[in-house]
Design a protein around this ligand. Structure first.
Ligand SMILES: [Zn+2]
Ligand SMILES: [Zn+2]
Length: 386
């Protein structure tokens, strides 16, 4: 037998694989039909250290490898080994073990045995469903309740808003562009209307460059109010002083708003289905936002929606990403959910800054439409300026 230099046979690869899977040391799966031990002829149920052997010879081989003293035959190194006499000469039994292909390197050292034990225990712990403490269960229940009470997913209570006339053409745009909304959103690039410089110049005169802005501003204000209601119902939030509450809201509102919009996002059509109202990405274009924000935003909505989060997870995501890993998931690939959600949150942080910048630009071009609440949300936070 050659010395092992890496995995050299399928069997060895399989053996190592099985070891990883938690089967016995150096052992492959048990055969259906019992066969004879290649060392002593006793009943063999499987492969041990690369050879078909009985349990007795398996244990003998391991002990023989680990002992420090040399084995000696009292006869002529020619003893035949049988089931009945296998104990009579250890030296010849060991010689036969090696002759039939049992491999010393497949016997694990004490250290390896310990490592394997730890590995299996760790895996068992990871595979075990996460047990929620009663306090965690309570927290999730409370969050879900707050979320439901403060999120009007059908937008029933959103009334008295300034309407959005998608047919009203912005100054300087021709008619073909008004059809973009119906086409929009399925492809990321090329579907955006581009506000032209010329419009910006005329904005001061006409005051209706961004035709969707009044409606979008109302919608945003409405969502912000709900998000404040949501935050106020969280005990951890209540325990902060007013300045900290405001800072937190300024940082998180855009993100919570997007998480909420994501719950009504239809990835097939690229439409946000808000009850009797529906929105497409070009409504945001018509409100003055630009591709620099809208392209990653649309991508974000597709990515997050494709994760098929449960309502609890959306609620947790809004409150504190740290809680997310405690929600139980079943099915394939769910263990990778947490990092994916975190990456969505990170992307959103970047978009958040761009959003604030663009709102301020829109305000410059077309003043007095955006509510003070929105302006406060996007205004620079003195507390986070370090
Ligand atoms: Zn045997
Ligand atoms: Zn012997």
């Amino acid at each position: 037998m050659n010395e092992a230099t890496g995995v050299q046979s399928i069997r060895e690869a399989l053996t190592r694989y099985n070891e990883e899977e938690g089967s016995q040391e150096g052992e492959t799966t048990e055969d259906e039909e019992p066969r004879a031990c290649a060392v002593c002829g006793d009943l063999a149920k499987g492969y041990h250290f690369n050879a078909l052997t009985c349990e007795g010879c398996k244990g003998f081989f391991r002990r023989a490898i680990k002992r420090s003293t040399q084995l000696r035959c009292r006869f002529q190194n020619k003893c035949s080994i049988t089931k009945n006499n296998r104990r009579s000469c250890q030296a010849c039994r060991f010689r036969k073990c090696r002759a039939i292909g049992m491999r010393q390197e497949m016997v694990m050292s004490e250290k390896e045995v310990q490592e394997r034990r730890t590995r299996i225990q760790t895996r068992k712990r990871l595979d075990a469903p996460v047990e929620l403490s009663s306090q965690q269960e309570e927290t999730i229940k409370e969050l879900l309740c707050s979320h439901r009470q403060s999120f009007d997913s059908a937008f029933y209570r959103f009334s008295g808003f300034r309407p959005m006339d998608r047919n009203a053409l912005p100054v300087g745009q021709d008619e073909s562009e008004s059809e973009l909304c119906s086409l929009s959103s399925t492809s990321l690039s090329g579907s955006f209307e581009t506000p032209e410089n010329q419009e910006h110049e005329e904005a001061g005169k006409k005051g209706s460059v961004f035709t969707a802005l009044p409606h979008v501003a109302d919608l945003t204000t409405y969502m912000i109010q709900d998000i404040i209601t949501f935050s106020k119902s969280l005990r951890d939030f209540q325990s902060l002083n007013m300045d900290d509450q405001i800072s937190l809201l300024k940082g998180a509102t855009f993100e919570i708003m997007q998480i909420r919009f994501n719950m009504v996002f239809n990835t097939k059509t690229g439409i946000w289905e808000c009850g009797h109202l529906t929105y497409c990405i070009n409504d945001a274009v018509r409100a003055g936002f630009q591709p620099l924000l809208l392209e990653p935003l649309l991508k974000f909505h597709h990515t997050l929606r494709d994760l098929c989060l449960q309502e609890e997870e959306y609620a947790l995501m809004q409150a504190c990403p740290c809680f997310l890993q405690t929600v139980q998931r079943t099915g394939p690939e769910k263990h990778l959910l947490y990092p994916k959600v975190m990456s969505c949150l990170t992307e959103m942080r970047t978009m958040n800054e761009e959003y604030s910048k663009q709102v301020l630009q829109i305000q410059d071009i077309q003043p007095d439409i955006i509510s003070p609440l929105i302006m406060e949300m996007v205004s620079k936070n003195p507390c986070s300026d370090f």
